[in-house]
Design a binder for this molecule. Structure first.
Ligand code: GCU
Length: 670
């Protein structure tokens, strides 16, 4: 077994050679109704060639017509059929083999990847049947790559797009596009939302040529390229004095800029914008609101069919947290709810899953479904910024599923987050999901080999939000490894349990943070990022938690009444979010009769012990995993255990000292 294969992740066909059988000797592919020299159809052909060569050592034949196919040959027909959903496909058996029906090239591409996936998992070709259509129209990855090659919140090396203000476009880029398409991703933002320095020039002739080249490569796999935009470009590039969205000169500047951009990069999907947040410029500087900013850009880009994705991660990071009515969690709703219905049709708001910032546990953002007349999409993070830096194992699909399944009560039916962000609830055409990506230039793409489960998983989930976390994990394990069945089950359950374990040894019951400021790995219970004022958790000698009820910041009432009522009441609030919504006394009894303080002690001891169990289970797989992969993952587990111990000890001793209440079980608290 060689290790270079890890460049292909779950598409490593060679690795499966001899492991998956084929009944007939020959394979013929018949393309019917699609234009043969279409760029995506060409990619389909290449992928099929690569897959059958890798899996079976076989060349496939591209048949011109029916008659050229004999008895010893299976046929894979890829047939254009108009009545299929956009980007969907139907796979069925027929006399001579199977047929993949799709109405567009993306659907055909996804159907082909479905067949390849099933073959890799050991399904017989003639038994592959499926009917699939995407849950979400937009399925996007957001890179936080900077043009100097660094990655904001990157844990897998440096950027594979940029270095020293130059682009890389090479075989690795193509492999990346193939892998993303194989999961159903159809949009990629290549640069960091914090657009500075050379990245501002991405919309100038300094980079047009390279951006266009990359957009073409992406298009071969049905993916649109997007850029993050510097709202202050009229000042920084245009020499204007302001970037006020209502200023005539600014409007004219953007009109001309987008004309120039689309002349040079016609395949561009549009732009992602972070404004008025964490030091970024935006409409607030000029007394304008977020809709003024987004619509100004939306109007300018409309003639070219582009879209503006406007982030709702807008808050004042210099707030004085000592004021008990101040609450960062309120910010998104406070800024955007009043603007509902004011955004143009080609503008979509991108909303982080929680109101704060990608913590291991947060309630769902009340903006999702709170907005009823505005295009909206969900933003999650698979880069493990607050969830273990791709050192600790943390498979995030269970968290994303909880978010998607959350009932917002925004409508009589179809009111879950999955319904809202897919556009089903309010009939939006622009809708979907985006993830801050976890890749870099490490050979294995994600630093920790096991973190690739999140890379694979997000795409699959965004394409089909009905899939379970377990189904996705199983697919990934089966495609990626050659484990025996029992070990496959074990690795799947390791993945499924990992988020709960991480939560147990870090911050309890939805309180969040307690993490080292800025770096965001390891504990710092009182750590607070932006000022010397206070902490996030508001612990004192009697209790802990933020009062977000009507007696506190009243954040709880940003939800529809059904949710507001339960969040507002400590007896009804879901326990896992108790400290997010309430300041609770250490001696208060929780659901199972334990006191809060005892729960904190227990969960930290348990979490650390369970992290050790994860490692033990992994060790049992040594015989069937490549030695380098095995050793590298072992090393990560050792670091994870050290981290879990550190969290356990710091958090437990902090609360022991604050509360003076000893552990009932008499365990040593350092
Ligand atoms: C977090 C993260 C930043 C990032 C920001 C964002 O605050 O720590 O690095 O820029 O989110 O989502 O824009």
């Amino acid at each position: 077994m060689n290790n270079t294969s890890w460049t292909q992740l779950w598409l490593d066909y060679e690795k499966k050679r001899g492991k998956v059988s084929l009944d007939k000797d020959n394979i013929a592919v018949l393309i019917d109704g699609f234009t043969e020299n279409n760029r995506i159809i060409k990619s389909i052909k290449n992928e099929l060639l690569k897959a059958f060569k890798g899996l079976y050592g076989k060349e496939i034949l591209f048949a011109e017509k029916e008659s050229s196919i004999d008895e010893s040959t299976y046929r894979i027909a890829i047939t254009k059929s108009e009545n299929m959903a956009s980007e969907g496909y139907l796979i069925d058996a027929e006399d001579k083999g199977i047929v993949i029906n799709a109405s567009d090239e993306n659907g055909a591409l996804y159907g082909v990847f479905h067949v390849i996936r099933e073959l890799m998992r050991g399904t017989k070709l003639r038994e592959i049947k499926a009917e699939c259509k995407p849950s979400n129209p937009l399925r996007m990855m957001n890179h936080w790559d900077n043009m100097d090659g660094s990655i904001e919140r990157g844990y897998s090396g440096r950027s594979f797009f940029f270095e020293n203000d130059n682009f890389y476009i090479n075989d690795r880029t193509r492999d990346y596009a193939r892998m993303m398409a194989s999961t159903g991703i159809n949009g990629i933002v290549i640069n960091n939302v914090n657009v500075k320095d050379a990245a501002t020039d991405l919309i100038t002739d300094r980079y047009f040529f390279r951006v266009a080249e990359l957009s073409e490569l992406f298009a071969d796999y049905g993916i649109k390229l997007y850029l993050s935009l510097n709202f202050a470009s009229p000042i920084e590039l245009g020499g204007l004095k302001v970037c006020d969205p209502l200023d005539e000169e600014v409007i004219k500047w953007w009109d001309e800029k987008f004309a120039e951009v689309y002349k040079n990069v016609p395949l561009l999907g549009g732009f992602l914008v972070k404004a008025d947040s964490e030091g970024r410029p935006g409409p607030f500087t000029y007394g304008r609101n977020q809709a003024d900013g987004a619509n100004m850009l939306g109007k300018a880009i409309a003639p070219y069919g582009g879209i503006i994705i406007w982030r709702c991660f807008v808050y004042n990071c210099t707030q004085d947290w000592r004021d008990r009515k101040t609450d960062r969690a309120r910010a998104g709703y406070d800024y955007f709810k009043g603007l509902d219905g004011e955004f143009l049709d080609n503008v979509i708001l991108q909303i982080k899953n929680g109101p704060m910032d990608f913590q291991i546990r947060e309630p769902v953002s009340p903006l999702i479904g709170g907005l009823t007349k505005t295009n909206q999409m969900l933003e999650v993070q698979i880069a493990q910024e607050y969830t273990g830096h791709q050192i600790d194992l943390c498979y995030l699909m269970p968290m994303f599923k909880e978010v998607l399944d959350f009932k917002t009560y925004c409508s009589k039916d179809k009111d879950t987050v999955a319904d809202v962000v897919s556009g089903r609830t309010f009939g939006n055409k622009l809708a979907g999901m985006a993830a801050v990506i976890n890749t870099g230039d490490d050979t294995n793409w994600t630093g920790n080999y096991l973190a690739a489960a999140n890379l694979y998983g997000f795409g699959r989930l965004a394409y089909n939000t009905e899939l379970s976390s377990e189904e996705i994990a199983r697919e990934w394990v089966q495609m990626t490894f050659n484990l025996i069945e029992d070990e496959t089950d074990k690795l799947v359950s390791m993945l499924l349990n990992s988020r709960g374990i991480y939560e147990k040894y870090t911050s309890p019951l939805g309180i969040g943070w307690m993490v080292t400021p800025h770096d965001h790995y390891g504990p710092s219970v009182d750590g607070y990022e932006y000022s010397r004022w206070g902490t996030y958790h508001r612990a004192d000698h009697l209790g802990i938690g933020v009062d977000r009820t009507d007696k506190g910041t009243d954040y709880a009432h940003q939800y529809y009444p059904e949710n507001a009522e339960s969040y507002n009441d400590p007896d009804k609030c879901p326990e896992e979010l108790l400290l997010f919504f309430h300041h609770i006394a250490y001696d208060r009894k929780l659901g199972d009769g334990r006191t809060l303080i005892q729960y904190i002690y227990d969960s930290h001891f348990e979490g650390e012990a369970e992290a050790e169990e994860l490692y033990e289970t992994w060790k049992g797989m040594e015989a069937h995993v490549e030695p380098e992969v095995f050793a590298s993952v072992c090393h990560r587990f050792e670091m994870q255990i050290a981290n879990a111990k550190e969290w356990r000890d710091q958090v437990n001793s902090y609360f022991y000292r604050k509360s003076g209440i000893p552990d009932e079980k008499g365990r040593e608290i350092f």
